[in-house]
Write a protein that binds this ligand. Structure first.
Ligand code: THU
Length: 130
């Protein structure tokens, strides 16, 4: 768990948060042990910012990994408070990660709160609703 926190913390510097100055990093751990990181990437058209969680997940999917390959995700910031994934990320995480994947939310001291992915978005909209 500390290793995953360090992986996320190490890429915080790569966050492209020039508008909010709110740097976020995520480290996705796969069941094969591989770690895939992501950061938030913002844009002058503010609404087009991509969160760290989605950056990491989209990278993993682009590499060919899928839901069943994912074990857990660590998210961290430079803030005293623990980060909590936004609604858009919860929707994406509900589809792209297993429900029993752990979501670790760390503050700048490395204190970690952990929840299950399935607890983050009750009554999620899913492919079954289409
Ligand atoms: N952000 C994330 O990357 N992850 C979250 O869980 C919450 C918010 C980003 C989006 C934006 O670049 C900045 O943090 C401020 O909202």
């Amino acid at each position: 768990m500390n290793e995953l926190y360090n992986e996320a913390k190490n890429v915080l510097k790569n966050s492209f948060a020039k508008y909010s100055n709110f740097k976020v990093a995520a480290a996705l751990k796969l069941k094969n042990g591989k770690v895939i990181t992501g950061v938030n990437v913002e844009n002058a058209s503010y609404g087009l910012a991509n969160c760290a969680e989605r950056s990491a997940l989209f990278t993993a999917y682009g590499m060919g990994y899928r839901k069943e390959d994912i074990k857990e995700i660590m998210i961290t910031t430079e803030q005293d408070a623990h980060i909590s994934p936004c609604g858009a990320c919860r929707q994406v995480m509900s589809e792209l990660m297993p429900g029993d994947a752990k979501v670790h939310m760390a503050n700048n001291k490395g204190d970690i709160k952990t929840v299950l992915n399935s607890d983050l978005l009750p009554f999620a909209f899913t492919e079954g609703d289409l």
